[in-house]
Design a protein around this ligand. Structure first.
Ligand code: G3H
Length: 286
């Protein structure tokens, strides 16, 4: 054991009742005791090495018949989600023109969708709403937060919408006409395709995953969690919980007038697309 390390430990407040020599002595005794009882992991007959951050098993060595082994494995690797509300921002001026990217404001209809969300979730305590850095998610979240008792908004760059590079601000029609090679290549493999000077679903995967880690860490793993995101980002978030073949992820249905409710525990993985609008509007496709 490094002496400098022991010196630093011995100077902590909790050892202030001991002289430096006594603190050193007490540490050395403790270390000798640990050494005398230590059993190296290599001698273990049964061992599961876990990455608790990622919730996955790194190494498994089971020599005996362990009762409920499958169950233990399941408990270690299941991320418990009490309630995750995955929302898309309300309608924007860019949405009206079928334009991608940019940092557009909500339209009147978008603001009324945000108000409808606020009413709908008014009785559900949401301590934190996670958004991207874009105005459309922040404006939607601000309306919801206004109807909550205590609610903060945390914007995560990891949840920014897919960056369309040279195609930012263009409509899908303009891309087809002016950059047909982009439209065709994207059509052939939408998941792997990366926009020139921009991103693709595949290249967003890591950052979205990192964003989710922040969400769980900041919300203490057990609160009602709300994310107000974007079409492509929300598809990636959903696919983090519910397995979909990669080629299907860019086509997951992600409307603006409904939201996904996810609940995951050791017994079930439940996800449901729910409406928050009232009356006839609730059934309109978005
Ligand atoms: O602005 C980008 C779009 O919301 C992403 O949708 O991947 O289906 O083109 P897309």
């Amino acid at each position: 054991m490094n002496e400098a390390y022991l010196e630093r430990k011995a100077s902590l407040m909790e050892f202030s009742h001991l002289s430096p020599d006594e603190a050193f002595d007490s540490f050395h005794k403790r270390i000798s005791h640990y050494e005398s009882i230590y059993e190296p992991l290599s001698k273990e007959r049964n061992l599961i090495l876990v990455d608790s951050f990622e919730g996955c098993i790194l190494q498994e060595q089971i020599s005996d018949v362990i009762p409920y082994h499958d169950r233990i494995r399941d408990i270690i690797t299941t991320r418990i989600v009490s309630n995750l509300f995955l929302l898309r921002h309300g309608e924007t001026y860019f949405n009206l023109e079928d334009r991608i990217g940019g940092d557009s404001d909500l339209t009147e209809k978008g603001l009324s969708q945000a108000r409808a969300l606020a009413e709908y979730f008014a009785g559900v305590p949401i301590p934190i709403i996670f958004t991207s850095n874009y105005k459309r998610t922040l404006q939607t979240a601000a309306a919801i937060a206004e109807k909550q008792h205590e609610c903060s908004i945390i914007a995560l760059p990891e949840f920014n919408e897919i960056h369309a590079g040279l195609c930012e601000g263009m409509t899908y029609k303009e891309i087809r006409e002016k950059m047909p090679h982009v439209a065709n290549a994207r059509n052939r493999n939408k998941f792997s395709y990366v926009y020139p000077m921009g991103e693709g679903y595949a290249t967003m995967e890591k950052r979205v995953h990192r964003g989710l880690h922040k969400v769980f860490y900041l919300s203490n793993y057990n609160d009602n969690i709300m994310i107000v995101g974007h079409r492509a980002v929300n598809r990636m978030i959903l696919s983090d919980f519910v397995f979909r073949p990669k080629e299907e992820v860019p086509y997951i249905y992600m409307p603006q007038n409904r939201y996904y409710h996810l609940q995951i525990d050791h017994y079930k993985k439940h996800f449901e697309l729910k409406s928050f609008m009232r009356g006839a509007e609730a059934n309109l496709p978005a």
